[in-house]
Ligand binder design. Structure first.
Ligand code: ZN
Length: 91
């Protein structure tokens, strides 16, 4: 983990939700674009050590958008089950 942190070009400010320390990690991000869900793995993102909130730099976010609009190459495609949460289920 130490080596990865040393390679970090960005330093993130503290978490805007809980004020925890934000560190650079490689994470899996889900990303919605025009009604479709995309999952990106090994995304360099700041992750809050307290609440786990993820923060992307604008450069990384733009790269993701570019990959989506370019349409390829996708490593694989998965089916995503969608459920509807109804209040009577929450007992
Ligand atoms: Zn936080």
């Amino acid at each position: 983990m130490k080596a990865k942190e040393a390679k970090a070009k960005h330093s993130f400010s503290d978490c805007s939700y809980c004020g925890g320390a934000v560190r650079l990690r490689e994470v899996e991000m889900d990303y919605r674009h025009q009604g479709k869900l995309y999952i990106f793995q090994k995304v360099p993102a700041g992750v809050c050590s307290q609440c786990g909130e993820k923060f992307l730099t604008s450069k990384v976010a733009k790269t993701i958008e570019r990959k989506i609009t370019a349409g390829n190459p996708w490593k694989r495609t998965v089916e995503v089950p969608i459920g509807v949460f109804r209040e009577e289920a929450a007992v």
